[in-house]
Write a protein that binds this ligand. Structure first.
Ligand SMILES: [Zn+2]
Length: 102
């Protein structure tokens, strides 16, 4: 009985605590998207989404801004250990470096 009550309390705490911060994070993300109007594009299919990979085969979806900086689309994602020299296009089979983007 005691354990069950404790579990329910924890769940309630998580739900209330988690909802408010995620709403403001969502708003921030939209603001950032609007400011990123000059992202680099794939030279083949002209989309702005790419993947970078690490030695484990994990991939992170990124965009590349006009200063050729690689930016994860999910805010707070770490690019530590990822090979930023090769970008893999999400829309076609193109791959290459940021210098090959248009
Ligand atoms: Zn492409």
């Amino acid at each position: 009985m005691v354990e069950r009550a404790a579990l329910e309390m924890r769940c309630t705490g998580n739900c209330t605590g988690g909802s408010n911060p995620s709403i403001s994070a969502e708003n921030q993300r939209y603001t950032i998207f609007f400011e990123m109007g000059k992202d680099k594009l794939c030279p083949q299919c002209k989309i702005r989404r790419f993947r970078v990979k690490n030695a484990n085969g994990d991939a992170v979806v990124v965009t590349v801004n006009e200063r050729k900086q690689i930016v994860p689309i999910h805010e707070g994602t770490s690019l530590d250990g990822y090979d930023l020299d090769v970008l893999y296009c999400l829309g076609c089979s193109w791959r290459g470096s940021v210098n090959n983007l248009i």
